[in-house]
Design a protein around this ligand. Structure first.
Ligand SMILES: Cc1ncc(COP(=O)(O)O)c(C=O)c1O
Length: 506
């Protein structure tokens, strides 16, 4: 356990009563979570499992002998290839078959995987992910529950922690699919200012220390953040910022929802070859991956959300939540009474993949490392073509992201002949420029020319009526573009982009 240094005098001055309460996780629960009862059938089921040989006449499971399946074979790349992703792409490498059986020995039998199970997921999968967590994050005591991916996990966390009228904190541009999901629950979003390096800790501090509960309602007790390849801006928080943010969360008793689907896709890592040879890929990657909030979570305030969507496939619909055992139990209760446990096929696949007959955790990390090399190549290609076809005009600029899938492209609208800074705001703090109109025009022009990029306004925080926070209107002169496509789509897309920009500006 490491206590991090306090950041600013203001954090030291934070309300002492908050500090006294900081380990009272129950104060963070929503009214819904407080009154939720456990699924009574699952409770009996847990008791029934205690004694081996107990005859179970209580469940509504079909009998396993009547499942119309006895074996599943997954054809996967061989992890013994020197560079498994390149061999897989070029179809030059070996393939392996990993199998799940209903009755024959394997890591997770289909008999178990296809039965009703606990909402948290099956032990074989949870243990493998807890092992991965331990080796990457070395978290102080935490519990792993499976999810259907981070969207599922997040919406459940919002229900777990949010009451109507609550204000939650988030980055001012964020993954709006998720923040919008919280709006019908009556949760309001409080945007934190960002710069090129992501969320600005001093702005977080400012918001919290200026908060007036008499006029603004309950002080925010949850922050939702995307620390790596922030969606949409592509920024990755530095260690220093992470430590500052954790410290502020500690001072103000805030729960951190660490939504980190891009964590494993990091570039320019400089993985140490001799560490790989001596200790394997997991250790070598753990040495160079960013430090997560989970890894510094000495008081159990982090709910970390990981997903297989970006490192295996989004259709897997599988992820894992790592949190303190109190929140894990409440989350599992919600799952037990809603979506139930994740699908058996996905759990069987992951159990075999990470098990001793599959890639194992270390082989999986070799795949991840190889995937990073390929995405890094695509990022570099994107940035090269961007410099040649787009940045050269001076109408747009972008920095290479250090992780993930996104490039945040700034449109230098101040060079546009019709750019106007003379508008008088109709509301206090309202727009003073015609940025939104020009960006809308450019978006439609790109669409006509056969290119879609996501306008920044799509990711700006909105209130319950869909209206953007007025202060942000003048700063939506960005597009989010992804570099994960083929070399051809990168070249063609950016050629269209450069040409359309020139027509638009001239
Ligand atoms: C920041 C962020 N959070 C959550 C998700 C949803 O991920 P999943 O597929 O695991 O539900 C995405 C998907 O793009 C994302 O970018």
């Amino acid at each position: 356990m490491v206590f991090l240094p306090s950041t600013t005098p203001a954090t030291l001055a934070a309300d002492a009563s908050l500090k006294r309460n900081r380990l009272d996780y129950s104060r963070h629960l929503s009214a819904e979570a407080r009154v939720r009862l456990p699924n009574p059938i699952k409770s009996i089921w847990k008791v029934a499992q205690v004694k081996a040989g107990t005859i179970n006449m209580g469940n509504g499971d079909p009998h396993h002998t009547l499942y119309p399946i006895c074996e599943m074979n997954f054809v996967v790349p061989s992890i013994d290839e020197h560079d498994p992703v390149q061999s897989w792409r070029s179809s030059t490498g070996e393939q392996n078959v990993i199998a799940s059986y209903k009755d024959d020995p394997c890591t997770l039998s289909l008999r178990t995987a296809f039965a009703y199970g606990a909402g948290a997921g099956l032990k074989e999968v949870r243990d493998a992910l807890a092992n991965l967590n331990d080796r990457i994050h070395s978290p102080p005591s935490h519990t792993v529950s499976l999810s259907l991916g981070n969207a599922d996990a997040l919406t459940k966390c919002f229900r777990l922690l949010g009451d109507p009228g609550d204000s939650f904190l988030c980055e001012e541009f964020t993954f709006s699919a998720m923040t919008n999901a919280a709006l019908p629950l009556g949760i309001k979003w409080v945007p934190i200012r960002m710069d090129n390096d992501g969320l600005i800790p001093s702005d977080l501090e400012r918001i919290l220390s200026n908060w007036d509960e008499a006029t603004q309602g309950r002080r925010p007790h949850v922050i939702y953040t995307i620390p790596c390849s922030q969606n949409p801006t592509g920024s990755t928080l530095s260690l220093e910022r992470r430590q500052q943010i954790y410290q502020i969360a500690h001072e103000w008793d805030i729960i951190i929802l660490e939504d980190d689907p891009y964590f494993f896709l990091q570039y320019d890592l400089g993985v140490n070859q001799s560490t790989i040879q001596q200790y394997g890929y997991t250790r070598a990657m753990a040495d160079v991956l960013p430090r997560s909030f989970l890894s510094m979570d000495y008081d159990g305030r982090v709910m970390r959300l990981d997903s297989f969507s970006k490192i295996v496939a989004p259709g897997m619909r599988l992820g894992w939540v790592t949190s303190n055992s109190f929140f894990a139990e409440k989350l599992d209760m919600l799952t037990d009474s809603s979506s139930q446990h994740p699908h058996g096929m996905g759990q069987a696949f992951i159990a075999e993949l990470l098990g001793s007959d599959g890639w194992g955790v270390d082989g999986f990390m070799k795949w991840v490392s190889s995937l990073c090399n390929e995405y890094q190549r695509r990022r570099d290609l994107f940035m090269d073509v961007f410099r040649q076809k787009v940045a050269i005009s001076g109408f747009a600029s972008a920095e290479a992201p250090q992780s993930g899938m996104f490039v945040w492209i700034k449109i230098n609208l101040e060079h546009h002949a019709r750019f106007s800074t003379s508008q008088t705001p109709t509301v206090t703090g309202g727009p003073t420029t015609n940025t939104t109109d020009l960006m809308d025009e450019l978006f439609r022009k790109l669409l006509e020319c056969g290119l879609v990029m996501m306008p920044a306004s799509t990711f700006a925080i909105v209130d319950g009526t869909g209206t953007m926070d007025s202060h942000i209107n003048d700063r939506v002169n960005f597009f989010r573009a992804t570099f994960v496509g083929t070399d051809e789509t990168i070249r063609d897309g950016l050629t269209i982009f450069g040409r359309t920009l020139e027509e638009f500006f001239i």
